[in-house]
Design a protein around this ligand. Structure first.
Ligand code: PLP
Length: 646
């Protein structure tokens, strides 16, 4: 088979556009990862998969590349460093903050914090548990620990404990009543260090994209101008104004348009400056999250993309804040952003194997008999032969009726299963032919769009949409998906993907494209007998997916492999973490291994006593049952293509 140029392979899947230098294709047509964007440190994903399969692990597998976390935090901090140098505002400084809700996996957070140490990376928590995790992690001196979300007295006391441990904690007031909790806890605490206090402002400027509801004057979070002034007054009257240090806003995640970000920053900077001029000792502007990831590589203001780069973002934040501060003659604050998605999305991906294909079957080749075929089948057969550019719409409508007629005849027992198979197959063939005529029209008939969707092939993939790509299910978020091998073969099939859950929502039917959103993915012919599995990588999964995933159908977390790549390009598997076992997911829902084993053993023993089973067979069945407790929750390739003994 003729090999296609690497450039074509890259373009089929828009890899250079969303890959941002972290992904590539090698001369063998394999998907590669470059964790530092340096082409010398390039690792072939299939070679990693082969290696871990040899160690006994099975797909689906999550791959994590901690060096990507380091590269991303360097990218972000570097962009701000350049912006600060370029605009040269006196006293300008920037520090990144990692909002832990984006990915709470301890290894991910620790890798990120270690990489971000040199940039003073801080952490943001949105709940009591997250805050406790944040306090237990190691931060460089002076790095911020920001506490967002609704708070109770215990949270405020925990923040005081944090401050007394030497952490720079900032409690963000999301609601006015929280100020009273803070004042009560502060006055109870007695002398000693106290946390700082920030105010989240509800901006008039609105975000855009899927999370635009996070902002605007009726948003769930933040204080109105009146409440902000009230809160600050309460702090002042109680003698704690000195603790007020930060103005914060967050206009939603994945903001696709830079103009929305600029608008919000302008407004927040003005709030900072006006308060500062009234003597509120603010030193920090926290611009929240929202820095978007270009999932489809289109560089547009579509939901899966963004029309700006990290450099433009840093320039706009720095310049806008600096300009307002100059105008208002107030000192430049420390700028911080909580850019979780940007920092983590790229570092992880899922590799999952294709298990099979679902397609609308053609009519059985030898099933048609002119003499005995029922009338609807005969008519569809003739129709298929005579279908043309002139009559295809009319014939297709007739075919719908004939198919329904055939099904009615089947339901009342007048035609056989074989004839039903013929009617179904002929109908799909007529549909396929009609679509091909419709496509040639200047204005293709919309009626055929839905039919085309029904006729798309589907590849069955060994994963759960609900566990591994929950945002695709919940929000139709797009993730780039690429076969990890055979990339120098031209893909011949266009297919959607279905997962192995028993749920029709467990499907991926929207795919990235730089011009549009595609309904199918270009894939290679799948051969179930091939000794090489056909594996797909679902990329850019590092933000939000780990934590939002659920156990629908009791499919749990897949196994994980953490990989680094040395300067000479040699990959090293630094950690393997087993995912959920069957016993583990069952336990979560109250099924305990010991009890289940006891029940099954008793049931089998009863059958032995009744003489239905032999002792030996009963033991084999029990071992088979118990052996599955320690297995992963997904389908296994092991022994799956051994021929069945008759
Ligand atoms: N900060 C706050 C307050 C948030 O609610 C969020 C997420 O929505 C973030 C930061 C992280 O946003 P992103 O992942 O877009 O950077």
């Amino acid at each position: 088979m003729a090999r296609i140029p690497i450039e074509d392979a890259l373009e089929y899947y828009s890899i250079p556009h969303w890959g941002n230098g972290y992904f590539g294709v090698n001369t063998d047509g394999e998907l590669t990862v470059r964790p530092t964007r340096d082409s010398a440190r390039e690792v072939s994903l299939p070679s990693l998969v082969r290696e871990v399969r040899a160690r006994g692990l099975e797909t689906p597998l999550i791959f994590r590349f901690p060096q990507i976390l380091e590269a991303k935090v360097d990218e972000l901090a570097g962009a701000f460093k350049n912006a600060i140098e370029e605009f040269n505002f006196k006293g300008a400084e920037y520090r990144p903050i990692f909002p832990i809700k984006v990915n709470q996996q301890r290894d991910v957070v620790e890798a990120l914090l270690a990489a971000g140490r040199k940039h003073g990376l801080g952490i943001e928590a949105g709940s009591r548990a997250e805050f406790m995790a944040a306090l237990s992690l190691d931060l460089p001196p002076g790095a911020l620990t920001v506490v967002n979300g609704y708070k109770d007295l215990e949270t405020v006391r925990l923040a005081i404990a944090g401050a007394r441990m030497g952490r720079r904690v900032i409690l963000v007031m999301e609601k006015l009543f929280e100020t009273d909790l803070v004042l009560r806890a502060f006055s109870d605490a007695g002398p000693g260090p106290l946390p700082e206090v920030g105010f989240r402002v509800r901006l008039f400027a609105r975000g855009a994209g899927r999370w635009h509801k996070s902002t605007g004057v009726t948003a769930k979070f933040g204080l109105s101008t009146a409440s902000l002034l009230d809160g600050i007054n309460r702090m002042k009257e109680a003698g704690y104004l000195e603790q007020v240090s930060m103005v914060h806003f967050h206009i939603g995640s994945q903001i696709p348009e830079i103009r929305r970000i600029k608008g919000a920053i302008k407004e927040a900077a003005r709030v900072y400056a006006k308060l500062r001029r009234r003597g509120v000792p603010l030193t920090v502007i926290n611009v929240g999250g929202g820095l978007a990831v270009d999932y489809d590589g289109s560089k547009t203001a579509s939901d899966a993309s963004c029309n700006y780069s990290v450099n433009e973002y840093a320039n706009d934040v720095t310049y806008t804040i600096g300009e307002v501060c100059q105008e208002e003659k107030v000192p430049m604050p420390l700028m911080v952003s909580e850019s979780g998605r940007f920092l983590t999305a790229t570092h992880s991906l899922l590799v999952a194997n294709v298990l099979g294909r679902i397609s609308a079957d053609p009519p059985p080749s030898n099933g048609f008999n002119e003499e005995s075929a029922p009338r609807p089948v005969k008519e569809m057969k003739a129709m298929l032969r005579d279908l043309s550019a002139k009559n295809y719409v009319e014939y297709y409508h007739d075919a719908v009726e004939l198919r329904d007629e055939a099904l009615t005849l089947f339901n009342v027992g007048l035609i056989s299963l074989e004839d039903r198979a013929l009617a179904e197959g002929l109908f799909w063939e007529i549909g396929r032919k009609a679509i091909s005529f419709s496509r040639r029209e200047k204005l293709p008939n919309e009626e055929f769009d839905e039919l085309e969707r029904q006729l798309h092939e589907k590849y069955v993939v060994n994963f759960s949409v609900f566990q591994s790509t929950p945002d695709h299910w919940a929000l139709e978020q797009l993730f780039p998906i690429v076969p990890i091998t055979r990339l120098r073969e031209a893909p011949t099939n266009a297919a959607a993907l279905v997962d192995i859950t028993c749920d029709s929502d467990g499907e991926i039917d929207h795919f990235v494209d730089i011009k549009d959103v595609k309904e199918t993915l270009a894939l290679h012919e799948f051969n179930p007998d091939s000794p090489e599995p056909y594996d797909l990588a679902i990329c850019l999964l590092g933000a939000y997916q780990d934590v939002m995933g659920d156990m629908h159908n009791l499919f749990g977390a897949p196994d994980e492999v953490t990989v680094t790549v040395a300067e000479d390009g040699r990959p090293q598997i630094v950690r393997v973490e087993r995912g959920d076992t069957v016993a583990g997911v069952l336990r979560v829902f109250g099924y305990h291994q010991e009890e289940m084993t006891r029940t099954i053993r008793e049931r089998l023993q009863r059958k032995v006593a009744e003489g239905v089973l032999g002792e030996k067979e009963s033991n084999v069945l029990l071992d088979g049952f118990c052996g599955l407790f320690t297995r992963a929750t997904y389908l296994s390739l092991v022994d799956s293509n051994v021929p069945v003994k008759k």
